[in-house]
Design a protein around this ligand. Structure first.
Ligand code: ADP
Ligand code: MG
Length: 775
């Protein structure tokens, strides 16, 4: 906290000064402070000005309800979080308690404060623990995420949740609710309030590791494609470095000129890159990516004949999840599985965009070291290191690096045996499910009892992690399995030396290694950590500078291996950061369109009346475009156009139109349209009912076109990424094509509006209600 250090100190002193006065208040008086603060806000005071007293109120409420009084360092972290920055607080320093301070302060405005975590279990757990704090202070707390397996909340329930003062929920729940709401047809179906304040727990996981994976709502299935097996058959004939080039570190893969020529021969296409082969192209690219970038057991497993993904972050089985944009089907094609239906993407958003929609975003995390610049660039948030309450006395031992996987595994197991005899609890961390299973098997072979944490339910996992601090406990876990749950080291285990962390691999970045080490030595506990790495680790295979088959060719010194591994880790982080940047660039283009469309929808849903003149002008443009494209060049063409777009009865003045005169044709179409619309007005009699009909037509036209567009944009990502270009070029291409498609989409919306307004049939039902039949 370099620049604000003095200011922060002053603020903390002010908070402290309110400690005694607050202690003397009765519960009722303490609660009344909320009313008083709100009044002061109404009279123009600012949140920043209320902070010292408000924080003192929450501290007191924390003490009275959960029996814990936030320390000064926690107050400091809470100041950082209110300011809209990220507080780096080591594991076990009490982030959950700290969160109550900025949440209360920001909820005072009445515009809602949200805490988001990585999973529903943690959201519910923290909400239940701190509910009494907010209730004592007269605020309403709601849990935004349903219990595992329970159906989604109803619209009514969501309205109540999002109207609460403080909401505990998960990042993807907020994202999906945002997307779902924008598929609503009426204002009664809306439930969100404008996004105000959000506090993100485990901020580095959400804002970095999971940031670019878009949340997608899938709609109707796409027409089933039979190109997957065919494209895979073609790709199977290609050679790396000859017909295609694959860059392991960026994941970019594309055909070379030889590859394109091979494609033209295989598919008998003159020019594979011609627009009419968009789909074929897309399938070839998907097949290439499926064959190069995805490995069984690392990225997915085949279970009972179907493809199940593994999370690269947690190593969890992602049952029910599917890769987007056809990649899932491409891997199914490669594995010879039955191709499942590919659903259209109807709506999508990434966290990168979602959280920037809040007026203010604060965060907390165990460590985000090394990612400061990226966080600042992407989210405008600074990372502020909070000193620990007690000094960290954990011993971080130097890495042990060896040449081969076998050597490494043997050393890991020997070390584990050695520690085991001391009785200290052990947490063995791996980067993938496959590797955790392998270690678990080795332990079984040696007759060593242990717990294996992967792909289990979050609640069960938390349970096992809690037990991981007992003397003699051995736990094998993937990366962040059980993250967010404290490992409490029991007294006898502390005596013995505390928790021992064994890292079994070089991980993708230092930040993750820091998170893993941080599980030991919390709150001044004793503990130690040691990492093992080999040049056959996944990370080195992907990002290292020596080909896997050459690794064993020569003995290397520990120092040189360490350097090579560090460099591979650096490359890995660079590449992940580059991928996030690209995804953000994509998202910016998509978000601009999405914001426009959602704003127009909101206007329509809000009942904004469309004037007659707007509609006539819109129709005139549509006709001008159609006529320019030749719709009125002959009586036959004109008749076709009229029947398809305006009326099922030939207008009486049709014969008198001179199809050679485009101005005349346009006037005829405009008049025909005006008549069709007038007929509808007459049928409906009530202008308010007509206005509603018109709004429905607008909404339907927009939705149909926008859903196509979202789907197209998702597909476009795959297509442009594999064109084997420099990254800035990829982004440019994406933006260019996305823009062109959006312009085309807008024209399509207008065409649909004209068609639906003219051709829809309106009838009165037996009960006097209206029945709409869309053309
Ligand atoms: P983190 O999320 O930072 O890893 P937690 O929020 O899980 O840490 O808190 C770790 C433990 O410390 C919890 O048992 C919590 O109740 C306790 N704790 C946090 N702050 C305080 C405090 N001010 N006084 C007493 N106990 C605290
Ligand atoms: Mg926590």
């Amino acid at each position: 906290m370099p620049d604000n250090e003095a200011a922060n100190r002053r603020l903390i002193a002010q908070v402290n000064a309110f400690e005694k006065p607050m202690r003397e208040l009765t519960d009722a008086q303490l609660r009344d402070k909320t009313r008083e603060f709100r009044e002061r806000l109404a009279q123009g005071e600012q949140l920043d000005g209320l902070l010292p007293e408000a924080y003192a109120v929450v501290r007191e409420a924390d003490l009275r309800t959960v029996g814990k009084f936030p320390y000064e360092n926690q107050v400091l972290a809470a100041i950082v979080m209110h300011r809209g920055d990220i507080a780096a607080m080591k594991t076990g320093e009490g982030k959950s308690l700290t969160a109550t301070l900025p949440l209360y302060l920001n909820a005072l405005t009445g515009r809602g404060a949200m805490l988001v975590t990585v999973n529903g279990y943690l959201a519910r757990r923290d909400a239940e623990e701190f509910r009494p704090v907010f209730e004592l202070l007269g605020l309403r707390l709601a849990i935004g995420v349903q219990e595992a397996g329970a159906p989604d909340f109803s619209t009514q329930e969501k309205k109540a949740i999002y109207a609460a003062d403080v909401i505990y929920t998960t990042s993807d729940k907020v994202g999906f609710d945002y997307l779902l709401e924008n598929l609503a047809g009426t204002s009664e179906e809306k439930y969100l309030r404008p996004f105000n304040y959000v506090l993100i727990d485990e901020a580095d996981a959400i804002l970095l590791d999971l940031a670019q994976m878009p949340l997608v709502i899938s709609g109707s299935p796409r027409v089933q494609s039979n190109l997957y097996p065919l494209a895979d058959a073609f790709v199977a004939t290609l050679r790396d470095g000859v017909e295609y080039e694959y860059d392991e570190s960026t994941g970019v893969v594309g055909l070379t000129d030889d590859g394109i020529a091979a494609g033209n021969r295989f598919f008998r296409t003159g020019n594979l890159y011609a627009p009419e082969y968009f789909q074929l192209n897309r399938h070839i690219n998907l097949a290439l990516r499926a064959r190069t970038g995805f490995k069984p057991m690392r990225d997915y497993m085949v279970l009972g004949g179907s493809l199940v993904l593994l999370s690269s972050v947690t190593g969890r089985l992602l049952e029910g999840n599917k890769l987007q944009g056809g990649l899932h089907q491409a891997i199914e094609g490669r594995e010879g599985l039955e191709i499942t239906t590919e659903n259209r993407a109807m709506a999508s958003v990434t966290y990168q965009h979602l959280f920037l929609m809040f007026d203010r975003m604060g965060g907390m995390t165990g460590t985000a070291k090394g990612a400061e610049k990226e966080l600042l660039r992407t989210y405008g948030t600074a990372l502020v290191e909070i000193p620990t309450f007690r000094p960290v006395i954990r011993v971080d031992e130097p890495d042990v690096v060896v040449q081969t996987l076998d050597e490494k595994e043997r050393l890991v197991l020997d070390y584990l045996e050695e520690v085991r005899h001391t009785g200290r609890p052990i947490l063995l961390t791996t980067s993938s499910v496959a590797s955790s299973v392998r270690f678990s098997q080795h332990l079984l072979d040696r007759g060593i009892e242990h717990n294996l944490l992967n792909a289990l339910s979050e609640a069960k996992e938390a349970e096992m992690v809690r037990e991981a601090g007992r003397a003699g406990a051995i736990t094998v876990a993937t990366l962040i399995a059980g993250r967010g749950t404290d490992i409490k080291v029991e007294a006898d285990a502390k005596e013995l030396g505390g928790l021992v962390i064994i890292g079994t691999e070089k991980f993708p970045n230092q930040r993750i290694e820091g998170q893993i080490r941080g599980r030991a030595g919390r709150q001044g506990d004793p503990g130690s950590s040691r990492f093992y790495a080999s040049m056959e680790d996944d990370l080195f295979v992907r990002f290292g500078s020596i080909k896997p088959e050459k690794v064993r060719a020569k003995r290397r010194s520990a120092r040189s291996m360490r350097r090579l591994l560090d460099r591979a880790q650096f490359t890995s982080e660079e590449s992940a950061s580059g991928a996030r940047k690209l995804s953000k660039d994509f998202e910016v283009a998509m978000a601009r369109q999405r914001d426009l469309v959602y704003a127009v929808r909101d206007e329509i849903i809000g009942g904004e009346p469309v004037t007659e003149r707007d509609v006539a002008g819109l129709a005139a443009d549509v006709f001008a475009e159609a006529v320019a494209a030749g719709a009125g060049d002959s009586p036959g063409a004109l008749m076709r156009y009229v029947f398809d777009n305006l009326t099922y009865r030939l207008p009486p003045d049709f014969d008198s139109v001179d199809t050679g005169d485009r101005a005349q044709v346009r006037a005829f179409l405009e008049a025909t349209f005006a008549r069709a619309v007038q007929e509808k007005r007459d049928t409906l009699a009530d202008p308010a009912v007509y206005a509603r009909f018109q709004n429905i037509v607008f909404l339907k036209s927009i939705d149909v076109a926008w859903i196509e567009q979202v789907d197209f944009l998702e597909q476009l990502k795959t297509v442009v990424q594999d064109r084997n270009m420099a990254q800035h070029k990829v982004e440019y291409e994406y933006r260019r094509e996305a823009f062109t498609a959006f312009e085309e989409m807008k024209r399509r919306v207008d065409r649909d509006i004209v068609r639906l307004l003219s051709l829809s049939r309106i009838e009165r039902g037996a009960d006097g209600g209206l029945i709409l039949q869309f053309a």
